[in-house]
Design a protein around this ligand. Structure first.
Ligand SMILES: Nc1ccn([C@@H]2O[C@H](COP(=O)(O)OP(=O)(O)OP(=O)(O)O)[C@@H](O)[C@H]2O)c(=O)n1
Ligand SMILES: C[C@](O)(CO)[C@H](O)COP(=O)(O)O
Length: 402
């Protein structure tokens, strides 16, 4: 065996199982099922191929799956460097074959990864690598169990509640000093000690201290059909359009005057709206709705009433500002909808002009601009003609989900 090159981390990805618990599929065993449009094994291998510290990578497959693997990785950069190995009847046997395949590659450490954990991530690999570099011979990513754990007898009756304080759920990549874990695996095989479900158990059996590092909550093993469906949904979700809705509400008092400005349209009336600017409640509500779609605060944050420059200002300035913020954040305004709540003046005759004004200010088509109005049936402050209220909703689509 070649001497391990200091710091080189080999990888064994085991993918020779039959996936019986997940059930049959035309795509083959679960490691070849597509999630987010790519086979599970493609995702897993990509993480290791992209991770700059990966040394040689052995992929352990079932003898019947050669064509499936080749098709699965056909478009994966770096696939030509993968070392393809045939697996055994158990996970343990498959890992041993993978470890043996790295013998001539001079690795100092090895990460042993389930092919069916496609959400392993570089941050987790870095955490593990730090421990290996610090001299740990066996490192196990794991998370504390969060469910209460019961032990049951064979009739399905609970025999005991197991204190969970010291319990952890083991993940992969379980990572080791290469020569140490290879020797332990070889000894376990010779001793026909064969019921180990993971490599840390073999290290424990061989008396090697296994050190925990914090696993990753995303790093789930796809075991049953539902796991695969959920993984697919998760990845598809990442590419869904990022549609956001914001709402806004505003009220201004009425006082004696000669008219009100609503949605940028002046309507002659025997009252006017009180306010620092032109007091266009409708445009103020819509400004808030737009700002809300990108978490940009509210109108008061951008145009403080204490700032004299906004005295008597036309409110279209505020709306144009909010629309600019939305666009700069990557948003496209899809729809703006305003409901006015006013006893008087009548809004109906001005609705079309208001919609056209919104369309002009926002730069979107008329059919995406809606203005509605209702009275307050003579009750409350609106009913007593003491004020006018407006409610607005804006829908914005952003480029790509976060
Ligand atoms: N003989 C085996 C058995 C399992 N594995 C691999 O070990 C990982 C974890 O095993 P598991 O989830 O149990 O996969 P399967 O054995 O395929 O599933 P099942 O037990 O439902 O058949 C998987 O990537 C699987 O392909 C392997 O390489 N060789
Ligand atoms: C290695 C493992 O993924 C750690 O949780 C697990 O032990 C594999 O068990 P399985 O029975 O092969 O699913």
């Amino acid at each position: 065996m070649e001497q391990g090159r200091s710091g080189t981390i080999g990888v064994v990805v085991v993918a020779a199982g039959r996936g019986e618990r997940a059930g049959a599929s035309v795509e083959g065993p679960k490691q070849y099922r597509r999630i987010g449009g790519k086979p599970v094994i493609w995702h897993t291998l990509k993480i290791f191929l992209d991770w700059p510290r990966s040394g040689p990578i052995a992929v352990v497959i079932h003898p019947d799956d050669r064509a499936l693997l080749e098709a699965a990785v056909a478009d994966l950069p770096g696939r030509e460097d993968l070392i393809i190995v045939t697996g055994g009847a158990t996970r343990q046997a498959s890992v041993l074959n993978g470890l043996r395949a790295l013998q001539e590659h001079g690795v100092e450490h090895v990460m042993i990864q389930d092919g069916v954990r496609p959400f392993v991530n570089a941050a987790l690999l870095e955490r593990i690598a730090r421990e290996l570099a610090g001299g740990k011979r066996a490192v196990l990513p794991a998370l504390p169990v969060s469910d209460t754990i019961k032990r049951a007898d064979t009739s399905g009756v609970v025999a005991a509640t197991v204190p969970r304080k010291d319990l952890f759920a083991a993940q992969t990549p379980q990572s080791f000093h290469y020569a140490t874990i290879l020797a332990a695996h070889e000894r376990a095989a010779e001793a026909q000690a064969v019921d180990f479900t993971d490599d840390a158990s073999i290290a424990e059996w061989a008396g090697i201290p296994v050190h925990l590092v914090e696993g990753s909550i995303d790093n789930v093993k796809l075991t049953v059909q539902r796991d695969i469906a959920m993984a697919d949904e998760k990845l598809k979700g990442d590419t869904l359009p990022d549609v956001r809705t914001g709402n806004g509400y505003d009220v201004h008092q009425l006082e004696a005057g000669d008219g009100v400005t609503l949605c940028g349209i002046f309507i002659p009336h025997d009252q006017k709206l009180k306010g620092h600017s032109d007091a266009d409640v409708a445009l103020h509500a819509l400004t808030d709705a737009l700002l809300a779609t990108c978490g940009a605060g509210d109108i008061g944050d951008h145009f403080p009433p204490s700032d004299m420059q906004w005295k008597g200002a036309p409110s279209r300035i505020f709306l144009e500002h909010a629309a600019r913020i939305v666009r700069e954040a990557g948003g496209t305004i899809m729809n703006a909808d305003i409901s006015l709540i006013a006893e008087a003046p009548k809004i109906g005759p001005h609705r079309q002009a208001m919609r056209e004004k919104l369309s002009e200010i926002l730069g979107i088509s008329l059919d995406r601009c809606s203005v509605k109005a209702t009275t307050n049936e003579t009750i409350g402050f609106v009913g007593r003609r003491e004020g006018i209220a407006a409610i607005a909703t804006a829908t914005v689509v952003f480029r790509g989900a976060e």
